[in-house]
Design a protein around this ligand. Structure first.
Ligand code: HEM
Length: 373
């Protein structure tokens, strides 16, 4: 059962909260995928370069790992700053479900703060070691494991909030929030889907870096080729995992998704955009030309894919909750348009400022060793 309705009405329409939620969550997901993918690729490349320093291309692997390792602390600032807005919007819209599930896994939910602090510190350790030419892979690998754990706790909460039937037993088992939910067939596919996205977006990120000016032509060719292979691999893995997410849903939810024109159309866009990422990646891999077209196609399709994922995922949540008696569209709303207008102006200004910061980050050259000594 859902707790009684919140006595405070929504201060803005549901559609507005949902739009803002979708926009900010899509940006959070892009940053998350870049972080996850950047960490695992940097760890693997640095390991390879250090263990097989005489191998052909070892220099490229080392330089590629150093470039990624140096950028990840900045990517993490985006992960975190773009995480808070969707959390707030989701809490406003789905408080009765999301607060309940957050309390039920309270100890784990709080632990995210500490896991995040360790993960973030490791990014800085790896980055500073990288500038000094030291081995970094173990730090990147541990940071990746911490990030996977954070993601698993988030997936656990986002799926537990959809299962009011499990809440009573969990609370009876422990009121301290020390247990994670068990027996939900939707949890692992959903988490795996997000984790595979790291490969897709590491690939897109490398393809984009290959058209920047930070590296010489040889290195750009290496980044284009490896970016293409990760994008192709990631797209294939995410396609399969996405299917796994769908078939793990309860039959009633699957039927509602298929019957909905909106979600059928979004599902098709999702599929086409992911396919385009895979094809652009494959072309880049087999024809490693350092040109702008493929990276731009891959990144634009990647962005469309993420926003389609966000909308479809929102559909899974709304239709699951609807099947259990909670209709988010029926929340009582009393809008204050002066406040909403002021908020929207500030929100757009913040997005513009963020775009400007990203453009500076993209143009940044890796720091020179001598500047740090
Ligand atoms: C390394 C750090 C992080 C990683 C790897 C990460 C990863 C993820 C993943 C995988 C999901 C999807 C979960 C699912 O639905 O199955 C997610 C959703 C979410 N994350 Fe993050 N996240 C990170 C940090 C944060 C932080 C610090 C916050 C809070 C301030 C946060 C807030 C959220 C919220 C609110 C959602 C779901 C929103 C919704 O369903 O409406 N994340 N994140």
């Amino acid at each position: 059962m859902f707790p009684a309705v919140d006595p405070i009405p929504l201060p803005a329409p549901v559609w507005l909260f949902k739009s803002l939620h979708g926009l900010t969550l899509g940006l959070h997901f892009i940053a998350v995928e870049m972080l996850l993918g950047g960490l695992i690729v940097a760890a693997f490349w640095n390991f390879y370069a250090k263990q097989f320093s005489g191998a052909k291309d070892a220099g490229h692997y080392l330089a590629g790992a150093a470039d990624l390792t140096g950028r990840l602390p900045v990517v993490m600032t985006y992960v975190i700053n773009l995480a808070v807005p969707p959390l707030l919007f989701a809490q406003v819209l789905y408080g009765q479900a999301l607060y309940t599930s957050s309390v039920l896994i309270g100890a784990w939910w709080f632990s995210i703060i500490f896991l995040l602090m360790v993960c973030y510190s490791l990014l800085y350790v790896a980055s500073s070691r990288s500038y000094r030419g030291h081995s970094t892979w173990i730090f990147s690998l541990i940071a990746w494991l911490f990030a996977l754990t954070i993601a698993k706790i988030l997936s656990s909460n986002m799926t537990l909030m959809l299962r009011p039937e499990a809440w009573g037993d969990m609370y009876a088992a422990s009121a301290l929030g020390v247990h994670l939910p068990k027996g939900d067939p939707t949890l692992i596919p959903r988490w795996v889907f997000m984790m595979f996205g790291g490969f897709t977006f590491a690939g897109i990120g490398l393809m984009l870096l290959s058209i920047g000016k930070a590296h010489d032509e040889n290195m750009r060719g290496f980044m284009a080729k490896s970016g293409g292979s990760f994008a192709m691999l990631g797209a294939g893995m995410q396609g399969m995992a996405g299917y796994g997410v769908f078939v793990s849903q309860p039959a009633v939810v699957q039927k509602m998704l298929v019957d909905s024109q909106l979600y059928s159309a979004v599902g098709l866009v999702w599929f086409l955009a992911l396919g385009l990422v895979g094809v652009a990646g494959a072309l880049q891999l087999f024809k490693p030309i350092v040109g702008k077209a493929l990276p731009i196609i891959a990144s634009a399709s990647g962005a469309i894919f993420i926003f389609a994922t966000v909308i479809y995922r929102d559909g899974i949540r709304d239709l699951t909750l609807l099947s259990k008696g909670f209709d988010v569209w029926k929340r009582v709303e009393v809008s204050n348009w002066y406040i909403i207008s002021a908020f929207l102006v500030l929100f757009v200004l913040a997005l513009v400022a963020m775009g400007w910061l990203i453009s500076i980050m993209a143009k940044a050259q890796p720091a020179k060793k001598e500047a740090l000594t």
